[in-house]
Design a protein around this ligand. Structure first.
Ligand SMILES: Cc1cc2nc3c(=O)[nH]c(=O)nc-3n(C[C@H](O)[C@H](O)[C@H](O)COP(=O)(O)OP(=O)(O)OC[C@H]3O[C@@H](n4cnc5c(N)ncnc54)[C@H](O)[C@@H]3O)c2cc1C
Ligand code: FES
Length: 256
């Protein structure tokens, strides 16, 4: 079986979740069969002036029905175009891309921040171990939070203190005295940096999903490199390609 394909997927559902966040289901049996939590797909714009695809994480996988769920925030022209798709439309998609999370451990803290929350939903479904889920938001618009409740105990943190812990996800971990032997996280770099320090300090294995601006999305252009502790076999420098070597890395592997 090929490990990634470029297909035309059918839009089967589009819902507005908050003012600027959308949830969309796509029918693509081939990608849905291969996909793992933490992997992403590249979505192509229908208009020829935007050649570069947009990377979006896989939020949920229904391999049986051949469906993938994507949850995305409208930030620019590409995501604006995707937000206007309707049921029955089709879209060019490549995937599954990247390496995803490795399921391990016996007791997990699963952490999502902002638009890093969507990929944690499929992971929480597949983990099958005791899971504490910490979700960080800017404010009370806590999209997706109630969908996590059936997979673990959910703790919220908001920057403005309107819901849950007043502060960030590390503040919520400390306030609730959470312990684990594995941490899985996806979110903005400052959040991941804090989690990396926390994990190293407490000697907990952590898998971090990084976000970088991407161009090719398949490891060819080096637009997405991050700093690594080890020398990379492809470029022979202290670099890792987030699209191909990641987006998920062991916290000990990367310098944030
Ligand atoms: C591995 C990965 C997974 C992601 N998963 C999600 C997700 O599940 N939900 C979600 O809302 N967003 C996600 N993003 C961010 C998303 O890719 C960008 O918001 C999107 O590409 C912006 O495109 P645009 O045309 O709307 O914005 P523009 O700013 O117009 O984009 C211009 C160019 O920059 C690139 N770009 C801009 N911002 C980003 C970014 N943050 N990361 C990578 N490339 C960027 C675009 O792909 C495009 O080529 C993810 C990013 C990565 C790298
Ligand atoms: S985006 Fe081209 S190498 Fe990662």
């Amino acid at each position: 079986m090929a490990n990634k394909v470029k297909n035309t997927a059918l839009v089967t559902s589009v819902k507005k979740v908050t003012e600027d966040v959308f949830s969309m289901w796509l029918k693509d049996e081939e990608i849905a069969k291969m996909a793992k939590p933490g992997q992403f797909v590249s979505l192509y714009s229908a208009s020829g002036d935007k050649l570069l695809p947009r990377p979006i994480s896989i939020c949920e996988i229904d391999a049986k029905e051949g469906l993938l769920r994507l949850v995305y925030r409208v930030v620019g022209e590409g995501t604006k175009e995707f937000s206007k798709l309707n049921v029955g439309d089709s879209i060019a998609i490549m995937g599954p891309l990247g390496n995803g999370f490795t399921l391990m451990g016996t007791k997990a803290i699963l952490i999502g921040g902002g638009i890093g929350i969507p990929p944690m939903l499929e992971l929480s479904k597949q983990l099958g171990i005791e899971t504490q889920i910490v979700l960080g938001y800017r404010d009370g618009d806590t999209f997706l939070s109630n969908e996590f409740a059936k997979y673990g105990t959910v703790y919220l943190a908001t920057d403005d203190g309107s819901v849950g812990t007043n502060g960030n996800v590390i503040d919520a971990i400390k306030e609730n005295q959470l312990e684990a032997d594995i941490i899985y996280a996806c979110g903005p770099t400052p959040m991941l940096k804090g989690i990396q320090s926390y994990a190293l300090e407490h000697n907990i294995t952590a898998q971090l999903s990084l976000e970088e601006k991407m161009a090719c999305g398949v490891g060819a252009c080096l637009a997405c490199v991050c700093k690594s502790k080890e020398v990379d076999g492809h470029s022979h420098v202290h670099n890792k390609r987030v699209c191909k070597d990641g987006p998920v890395f062991d916290a000990r592997e990367v310098t944030l």
